[in-house]
Write a new protein. Structure first.
Lengths: 423, 469
């Protein structure tokens, strides 16, 4: 017998973490697939064992499947924030809670941000309930222009939610990196060339001592996969001339897997980025000459990069530890500034999945992981919100610490008891 | 607390009238000394405008009214009429606003444009006078760089006025200034005529971090704790009360004028009701302490800023009568911002307190309408029903009131300044943009019209000069 479960407008509370994913089908959905199938109307998405096992307007879930009626509302793949700091910092200004960087560490490449990931950090749920199901988390630079290695995790908040703990190496090759390398871009590039030589020369050049041209022994070992093109190198750079140097680096080392984050002047070198097949992660909000490396910043950057054929993903780069969720608002702004709705959604789903090699993520098709969001309106509208979220086919809680605080203070009457007794 | 206040103060004293001598018998002595309260007057005058009729728009008047398919007439720099149907006067420019929205200009009451301009290089750090925790003698306008590219970005987003404040490093940061968002060679050319001065204060973590556990920038290391913060305010207020008493007595009885003190000038201005207090304060308990302190010394906090926990004391804020200038959803960067909720703004509004959406950001100022939309919709999902028309008060009327300029602007009412925005669609949609922005009736921004898109000096000759931004 089919039980039809109507979706409430408020919270859809998940089962406890111990429960396994049940077979669930979402019906009457307007599905943004992210594939050539485009947007499907009145479609069913059948989730089984954490995967999308059935999809289509004509698909009927097996009898006995729990049904969720999307009432004609949008369903999208779970949003992937391609550059975030979610889960590695609790309170930014409090060093004891902040694992994003370590200026006192002797290591650089060997630093793995995943070692500091806390799925129970409050920003994780805060980010999840706005529809972000996966995050690519980068360490921040501290003592070195090479910040370390980033990871990919889901936002379920459950233990074991890191799916790749050495997803990429993050390097700052802009003004920040120059400062950390000793005070100039030449210093940064000398250090980078030294790092490449150390990694390629490992273990040989470390037989006699632990120090390479740039890296410690441990860092040189850790940098090996990246210089061999087996691990993504994510470079932070904005200025057109700096972007050209990254393009040149790849041209001289064709096996490298390189992506750029920031790229405010990317539109000035868009054709070259496209020819070099270098994806970019941009912040659609960035339109001010915030530094001399960003003089050409414009809200039309994304449109022009996409037009030129550059794989373009979106991220909210400001306070990425707490506000990765604003990537959706930035995507809506990108649409207002010339990007198509489909490209804007792809910039938070398909393209991030491609950048990080996440097979089976970022789009809705049979066989893919069941990371899905049901929305109460246009997913890019600031007035919309998720009504249901699935990660690996498991329904997720829509509660966070923030919703609990709100609920406590919706009524300020303390005549009977103080608010501390309300929860 | 401030050791530098007596420096060059005496040079600034102005004689009210020349006279042959004083007679202490007369109430108003002929050579009475008065402090010039407006020594850097605004030179702004409205730019030329033609009568303009915006037709058949959804009109939000900013004071709770909404007209579907309404008309707004701008004449001689003022809102002349707002109605369902207005006949165009001869010679008026008629703009077909079918499918579009018309609102009052957005007023951001918390901005550091100009004092922390783009590019943010070390020479451009003019927002915090980190030489002492009490610097009520400094004025933000003396640090504003009118060539900040952030100003035209804000204009393109419908912001017609803003308050430029000192930062929050200090207990008393200094005077703020209210500006009209018109490009100018000088700050005086932007100053909002007749706007009262404001005083920036800050509570909580920032002052004690900068001076105390941040490394003793000030001799003695005070303030080191929140206790030190409050003692710092109260010490300054106590001196101000004494200073005011002396000047009041001098005005009544004559004799020798009191020694001039620029810091206490500002504080005295607050006690006289001429200068409005805007206080950076996050935690509910601290705001409650500040409200009591204000009553201790006989002044009012006009607006708390950031006010991340206002939702916890919205009833007290309503009773006291302070505004809260808030973000839609910034949180977590400091302990005092840890309890941020997305429904802060509507919860404050629902309790009957003055709610304002502010930016404190050169990026955030470009989408205040979207921030309001987020807060509005989150509130509705929590059961707080507020109309779009009522919510626009957070963007225009309430900030105008907090800056003492509501008589002049902040709503579409006949006789008020024609600070008006024509939006491409519903301004609570992420897809909408400001198409035309009028300031005192003059079209100061016209999207897609190169001739009406200002470019700052800094942007000339740079990559992207004149580009869509």
């Amino acid at each position: 017998m089919i039980r039809k479960t109507l979706l409430c407008a408020t919270a859809f509370v998940a089962l406890t973490a111990a429960a396994s994913a049940q077979d669930v089908a979402i019906i009457n959905a307007k599905v943004w697939t992210g594939t050539e199938a485009g947007t499907l109307d009145n479609a069913t998405i059948y989730m089984s064992e954490g995967q999308i096992a059935g999809l289509g307007a004509n698909f009927a879930a097996p009898s006995g499947t729990e049904l969720i009626d999307a009432d004609g509302n949008w369903v999208t793949p779970g949003i992937i924030a391609p550059f975030a700091r979610t889960g590695i910092v609790e309170v930014g200004a409090e060093d004891s809670t902040n694992d994003t960087n370590a200026s006192g560490s002797a290591f650089s490449v060997a630093l793995r941000a995943s070692d500091g990931f806390n799925p129970a950090a409050t920003p994780v749920a805060v980010t999840r309930i706005e529809g972000v199901t996966r995050v690519a988390v980068a360490p921040a630079t501290g003592g070195s222009m090479i910040a370390g290695q980033g990871f990919v995790a889901n936002t379920s908040g459950a233990p074991g939610s890191v799916t790749d703990n050495r997803a990429f190496v993050y390097v700052d090759l802009g003004e920040g990196g120059a400062g950390l390398a000793g005070g100039s871009r030449p210093a940064a590039w000398a250090a980078l060339r030294g790092a490449f030589a150390d990694a390629r020369g490992y273990p040989g050049r470390f037989m006699a001592h632990n120090e390479g041209d740039t890296l410690t022994r441990a860092d040189a070992q850790a940098f090996g996969p990246a210089v061999r093109g087996q691990q993504l190198i994510l470079v932070a750079a904005h200025r057109a001339s700096d972007l050209r140097k990254v393009i040149e680096l790849k041209a001289q080392n064709l096996n490298l897997d390189v992506a750029i984050v920031g790229a405010d002047e990317g539109w000035l070198v868009a054709d070259e980025l496209a020819a070099a097949d270098i994806p970019v992660i941009v912040d659609p909000f960035s339109n001010l000459p915030a530094s001399f490396a960003q003089l050409g910043a414009t809200s039309r950057n994304a449109e022009r990069l996409i037009e030129a054929g550059v794989p373009t993903a979106f991220a909210h780069l400001g306070d990425s530890g707490h506000q990765a969720r604003l990537v959706l608002q930035s995507a809506g702004n990108a649409v207002a500034n010339g990007v198509s709705f489909d490209d804007a959604l792809a910039a938070m789903t398909v393209v991030p999945a491609a950048i990080y090699g996440l097979q089976g993520y970022g789009s809705i098709e049979r066989g893919n992981v069941a990371d899905l969001v049901i929305w109460d309106g246009d997913p890019l509208e600031v007035t919309s919100a998720p009504t249901a979220i699935f990660i690996d086919g498991q329904a997720q809680s829509l509660e966070s610490r923030q919703t609990k605080l709100r609920d406590r203070y919706l009524d300020l009457d303390e005549s009977e008891k103080p608010p501390a007794y309300r929860r | 607390m401030n050791k530098f206040s007596f420096a060059a103060a005496s040079a600034a004293v102005v004689l009210a009238a020349c006279g042959s001598g004083s007679s202490s018998d007369e109430g108003a002595a002929s050579d009475t000394v008065e402090i010039d309260r407006n020594p850097y007057p605004s030179t702004y005058t409205p730019y030329p405008s033609t009568a303009t009729l915006l037709k058949d728009a959804t009109v939000i008047d900013g004071i709770g009214g909404e007209i579907l398919e309404g008309d707004v007439l701008l004449v001689d720099g003022k809102v002349s009429q707002v109605a369902e149907e207005i006949a165009a006067p001869d010679g008026a420019t008629v703009i077909d606003a079918t499918g579009k929205w018309v609102t009052p200009g957005i007023i951001d009451n918390h901005s550091h444009l100009g004092v922390y301009p783009s590019p943010s290089v070390s020479a451009h750090g003019d927002g915090n006078e980190i030489s002492a925790p009490v610097t009520a003698e400094v004025w933000a306008e003396h640090g504003v760089w009118p060539q900040d590219p952030g100003f035209p970005r804000a204009l393109a987003a419908g912001v017609t006025s803003m308050q430029i404040l000192p930062g929050s490093a200090n207990l008393f940061g200094g005077r703020g200034v209210t500006l009209k968002n018109v490009p100018s060679r000088t700050v005086q050319g932007m100053k909002f005529p007749g706007a009262p001065y404001t005083l920036k204060m800050a509570c909580g973590e920032n002052p004690k971090r900068v001076y105390g556990y941040g490394g003793g920038r000030f001799p003695g290391g005070a303030p080191y704790s929140r206790m030190g913060n409050v003692a710092g305010y109260r010490t300054a207020w106590a001196k101000a009360v004494e200073y005011k008493r002396k000047w009041d007595k001098y005005a009544e009885e004559g004799g020798d004028p009191p020694a001039r003190d620029l810091e206490l000038d500002t504080l005295m201005g607050v006690l006289s009701g001429d200068i409005l207090v805007h206080m950076h304060c996050y935690r509910a308990d601290e705001m409650a302490q500040i409200m009591d302190m204000s009553e201790e010394f006989g002044y009012k906090v006009t607006s708390f800023h950031h006010a991340v926990e206002s939702y916890k004391i919205a009833d007290k804020l309503a009773d006291y009568g302070a505004c809260s200038a808030m973000w839609a959803d910034w949180w977590g960067f400091k302990m005092e911002a840890y309890d941020g909720v997305r429904e802060n703004i509507p919860m404050v509004h629902k309790a009957g307190a003055c709610a304002i959406v502010h930016s404190d950001s050169d990026i955030g100022i470009q989408r205040l309408n979207q921030e309001a939309a987020k807060a509005l919709s989150d509130g509705r999902r929590a059961g707080i029903e507020i109309s779009d028309a009522d919510a626009w008060q957070w963007l225009s009327a309430n900030p105008a009131k907090s800056l003492g300029i509501f008589e002049e602007t902040g709503s579409l009412e006949a006789g008020k300044a024609a600070d008006v925005v024509l939006w491409s669609g519903d301004p609570f949609s992420v897809y909408s943009q400001a198409e035309k922005v009028f300031i005192d009736g003059a079209l100061m921004y016209d999207r897609g019209n190169v001739a009406l898109t200002p470019v700052m000096d800094f942007e000339l000759g740079q990559p992207g000069e004149g580009d869509l931004k």
